[in-house]
Design a protein around this ligand. Sequence first.
Ligand code: UN1
Length: 508
Amino acid sequence: MTTPTEPLADLPTRARQILAELGAADAFAPDGDLVAVSPVDGSELGRLRAHTPDDVTATIGRAHTAFEEWRSVPAPVRGHLVRELGELLREHKELLGELVSIEAGKIRSEGLGEVQEMIDICEFAVGLSRQLHGLTIASERPGHRMMEQWHPLGVVGVISAFNFPVAVWSWNAALALVAGDAVVWKPSEKTLLTALACQALAAEACRRVGAPQELSQVVVGGSAVGEVLVDDPRVPLVSATGSTRMGKLVAPRVAARLGRCLLELGGNNAAIVAPSADLDLAVRGIVFAAVGTAGQRCTSLRRVIVHESVHDDLVARLSKAYGTLSIGSPLEPSTLVGPLVDAAAAEAFLGAVEQAQADGGRLVTGGTRADGVSGGQYVVPAIVDMPAQTDIVKQETFAPLLYVLTYRDLDEAIALHNDVAQGLSSAIFTLDVREAETFTSATGSDCGIANVNIGTSGAEIGGAFGGEKETGGGRESGSDAWKAYMRRTTNTINYSTELPLAQGVEFG
Ligand code: UN1
């Protein structure tokens, strides 16, 4: 089940080589207070110096100056910057993907996939740069025309998590830059190097097209750094991805200054497996969604709600599939399950497995530590068959832990499905069109993403991404998510010689 420990390449040296090739050779400060660690083997990749609150305030000031210049550049010309960024990402996909694997512990294919997601959003944003359309609206007054325009908003603060250390920034940055905004990014303290690599590429793209250098900046550090971004009135939009706990700290502070928040927080994503489901397909979809990225996606599948008639068959098939998973170094081509990000994540996984059993759950498979690479936190993905949706099932445990619940009729399944605080992603496996349509209807899944015969994770960038309830309500990435990064003006233009008032009001 686990792959034997292979001697690893010297990860700190490799990380340094990659950073140098990406133009971020000066990332490290030997006496820095932040430590970049690889979850692959726990090795220290290097030290960095945290920004002070004053540094962050100055950075926001510089970003604001860059914004004031950038907002007058025509949107299609702003698109050139993002096209250049996309080109640089394409050129350096292998290197950046490898750095994601080293610093976030993703298997190689998923590290590369994340960079591909960045390239995709850049392409999307370039197209968008010619389509930031407003409406023309019929005026009720003769000789008048109404229209709306979308204008740049200002400095966008981006707070991102370790698990998608580069793609989430790019969803925000690509849209913000074509929208005419500047970006100040506070990455997770667990993934600083990938952030500095992205920043180097963004700076190079700015140089190549002659855009203001300070349109894209990174600030590193802990909550003191994030707080400055959250509180500064020159940051009209704070886009924050991470835990619900973090969102509940950020949102009231931004609201207190009447700023805008775009939140993408925790998920507790479920898939319903109906009697008609194609079980081969369902098993493949479930295993990728539950185990991919070692269960550390906000879209990871955490609950399966299966009809009683197919329960035993599905659980047996899942158990068999889990038995074939190779666990180990994410840099080994054959590995499917890499490490958890740190020791706390492994403890949370083991604790949840224990609690689920204390709640009457039956451990079907996994749930222990795995050999993996010494120094890393490797676990065996777990399935727990639950008698009921107990408190532990309602919590998001950021690890490869899948709960199985049983249902008799679809209403009951949907009620169980929606009876959690989070509302990000969801799926149904069924060949019955009535069930599929009911699940995606207004009375079905209450999530921002509701899929049919696809797992919960791995969304394409073309759709709006985000969810409801404690997931925070924000939408990033595709569709019309760009509107959050701009301000709308409604213009009424009178081309007549009269001054009729709306609503038939007479005045004088
Ligand atoms: C996240 O885990 O924060 O849909 C983002 C997915 C990816 C993005 C996940 N495209 O799984």
